[in-house]
Design a protein around this ligand. Structure first.
Ligand SMILES: [Zn+2]
Length: 148
């Protein structure tokens, strides 16, 4: 996923009480864990065991605007010089649709996903198959196989 994005989700006076910190909040990637237990571990330096884990952590990095994480998990051949976040975009959910290879025993893999967002309040989604490769023993994002 290479799309520009927005600032982190904020709860603004809705029914659910806001978590005190991002670490305690449900992970934006959708797994039933807190950010600190899930993608936050990877953002803090833990290695992603699978392509799917890396994909989830990169989605979450767009949500929390961790440009450094996005850049260090991008293959050097395709990595942009910087990542900019579009202030009008809010990422609202991730669906993993299919995974090929990408296990701890593979060197390549793909993840097909739909990432939901609002663009200036208008709901939309990004449907992409991303290709991941191992680079210096770590999974990195290589390129999009297709994007719709
Ligand atoms: Zn997560």
């Amino acid at each position: 996923m290479s799309r520009r994005t927005s600032r982190p989700r904020r709860s603004t006076g809705t029914a659910a009480p806001a978590p005190r910190t991002m670490a305690d909040a449900p992970c934006p990637c959708g797994l039933p864990a807190t950010y600190a237990e899930c993608c936050g571990r990877l953002h803090a330096g833990a290695a992603a065991a699978t392509c799917e884990a890396l994909m989830r952590s990169r989605y979450t990095a767009f949500v929390v605007q961790d440009a450094a994480y996005l850049l260090r998990t991008w293959h050097p051949d395709t990595r942009p010089p910087t990542v900019d976040f579009d202030p009008g975009l809010r990422w609202t959910g991730l669906e993993i649709l299919a995974v090929t290879e990408g296990s701890p025993f593979h060197t390549t893999g793909t993840v097909t996903f739909r990432a939901h967002y609002t663009d200036d309040g208008r709901p939309d989604s990004l449907h992409e198959r991303s290709r991941f490769v191992r680079h210096e023993s770590h999974w990195v994002y290589a390129t999009a196989v297709f994007v719709e």
